[in-house]
Design a protein around this ligand. Structure first.
Ligand SMILES: NC(=O)c1ccc[n+]([C@@H]2O[C@H](COP(=O)([O-])OP(=O)(O)OC[C@H]3O[C@@H](n4cnc5c(N)ncnc54)[C@H](O)[C@@H]3O)[C@@H](O)[C@H]2O)c1
Length: 488
């Protein structure tokens, strides 16, 4: 390791440690889970349908059951086994039981529904949101707003065409601490910022071997697959583990990572996709059914500004080398006058050039309430996380995954030669230490998938001259589940 590289590596680690200590006790708790007291009578309620509620959708149900202006009128999941849980979650709070619906198409047709919220797997997000918008509903759609770049852009266009309010689930954007921190960056207090590093160190164990998985009898599987191919599941756990298959998920980059991708881009005031993308990594440390990378470094070039993003699914030591297995999810913005580090949805610290903490931001907010405010005002500008912001951040994750998927296998030691970007040297060295920590030998048997360094035209949202990469900007939609505007 060169002296410069080691110094950079240690500096990043020290920054993370300082931020961790300053923000000790912070968690990724979701602020809206605290019920809000009802203030108005039941007559003027906005009627909400929540679609998909095995996990995150339950927090949607609780949020809209608790808000004074809203009522959860329908809970919809293609797994009928979940019906009672969803009905009860709403009824316990709002004292009236919502209807259960297994087929989301019935929800779209229901003219009494004003708002649809979507917490299905990613491959359904854009299409379900588009159907809702086309049926006159406002939409809260979980992150990522899309499973590919094309459908994200189509969702934005169709939302605008139908003048609907569409918010995405990157809740940091509603938290006071994060908003103040980003304003501080935008006001120039950190000087010139040319680099943001996003980190998603979140332990993700093996999901077990590839199997012909069982579809639970209570699941309407044709609807679960929707736009994706109707193929038997290849995983043991039916729910949630779809994240690690390309047909449905986007890996941890498009899962936990997108929260930090969004913050990185927001802090840098980058309201468009990048000019180049490059990504490398692998699914390392175990062999299982999953397809997406559990170890991934991605680099997004915007002329003289960059975002570098690291995903780690193997156990990670904290920045001081202790607490193996601890998660660390956050962002570092490097300015000429200092550095800002955020390690939660709602907080950040500013460090001076000597890495002393000089300022702290902390405070929550109500992301669902912000959405309802815009539903009432009919002003897209009132949204903290409008669908177009969601599209851009989601699409960055998709671009990196395309670069990665176009890659070829190379020994670790060739990384520095393959990659002409000296700016990635600290990440490569940190990765070496991380792999050694996980007892993964760095020898000729260890091969990483080194992606293509792809030029991208952000105005056209197309790669420049790579047919295969452009093919991956969209997908083959199953008949009956096509995103409008898709040419077969
Ligand atoms: N904003 C956040 O902090 C946050 C946190 C967790 C998850 N999420 C997002 O929420 C989404 C769901 O995640 P999860 O962990 O709850 O996944 P999950 O697999 O546990 O739950 C998804 C549910 O959607 C249902 N579903 C699938 N297709 C459907 C369809 N066509 N109609 C109705 N229901 C359908 C499934 O049966 C399941 O119950 C993901 O996209 C994830 O990215 C966001």
């Amino acid at each position: 390791m060169s002296r410069l590289t080691r110094r950079d590596f240690l500096r990043d680690a020290a920054l993370l440690a300082t931020a961790s200590a300053a923000l000790a006790g912070d968690s990724y708790a979701q602020p809206w889970e605290e019920p809000i007291l009802k203030k108005v009578g039941p007559n003027d309620k906005i009627r909400v349908a929540v679609i998909g509620f095995n996990g995150q959708g339950l927090s949607h149900i609780k949020a809209y059951a608790a808000m004074p202006e809203t009522e959860v009128a329908v809970v919809c999941d293609c797994d009928a086994n979940l019906a009672d849980r969803g009905i009860k979650a709403a009824a316990d709070i709002q004292k009236t039981a919502p209807k259960f619906e297994q087929d989301l198409r019935r929800v779209m047709e229901d003219r009494s529904i004003d708002v649809v919220t979507i917490a299905t797997p990613n491959h359904w997000h854009a299409l379900a949101a588009i159907w809702a918008v086309q049926n006159g509903k406002d939409v809260y759609v979980e992150k990522p707003v899309s499973h590919n770049v094309f459908e994200g852009r189509r969702l934005v266009e169709i939302a605008r065409e139908h003048q609907r309010i569409v918010q995405t689930g990157t809740q940091s954007r509603s938290n006071a601490g994060m908003r103040q921190a980003i304003e501080y960056l935008h006001a120039g207090h950190l000087g010139q910022i040319k680099l943001a590093k996003g980190l998603c160190y979140k332990f993700r164990p093996s999901i077990g071997p590839r199997v012909t998985g069982e579809v639970p009898k209570t699941v309407h599987y044709d609807l679960w697959c929707g736009p994706a191919p109707l193929l038997p599941p290849q995983r043991t756990r039916f729910h949630y583990d779809w994240h690690w298959f390309w047909d449905y998920g986007n890996g941890d980059l498009g899962n936990q990572g997108i929260h930090e991708m969004d913050k990185a881009r927001w802090g840098l005031k980058l309201d468009r996709l990048c000019d180049r993308v490059f990504s490398f990594g692998g699914r390392l440390g175990y062999t299982d059914a999953g397809e997406t990378a559990n170890t991934q470094v991605s680099c997004f070039d915007y002329g003289d500004v960059q975002i570098i993003f690291e995903v780690r699914g193997l156990a990670t030591a904290d920045p001081m080398g202790k607490n193996r297995g601890k998660n660390f999810v956050g962002n570092i913005w490097y300015g000429t006058e200092g550095t800002m580090v955020s390690s939660s949805y709602d907080a950040a610290v500013v460090l001076d050039p000597q890495d002393k903490v000089v300022k702290q931001f902390k405070g929550g907010g109500q992301h669902h309430a912000n959405f309802i405010k815009a539903v009432k005002s009919r002003k897209v500008e009132d949204l903290n996380a409008d669908v177009e912001q969601g599209h851009i951040s989601s699409a960055l994750c998709h671009l990196a995954n395309i670069s990665y998927r176009m890659g070829t296998l190379h020994p670790f030691e060739s990384l520095s030669m393959l990659n002409q970007r000296s700016s990635l040297a600290p990440e490569i060295e940190r990765l070496r230490v991380h792999l050694e920590d996980n007892k993964i030998a760095i020898n000729s048997d260890l091969r990483l998938q080194v992606g293509m360094d792809l030029a991208f035209d952000p105005a056209k949202e197309q790669f420049t001259g790579y047919r295969q990469a452009n093919a991956w900007l969209t997908r083959e939609y199953r008949k009956g589940f096509e995103v409008p505007g898709h040419s077969a």
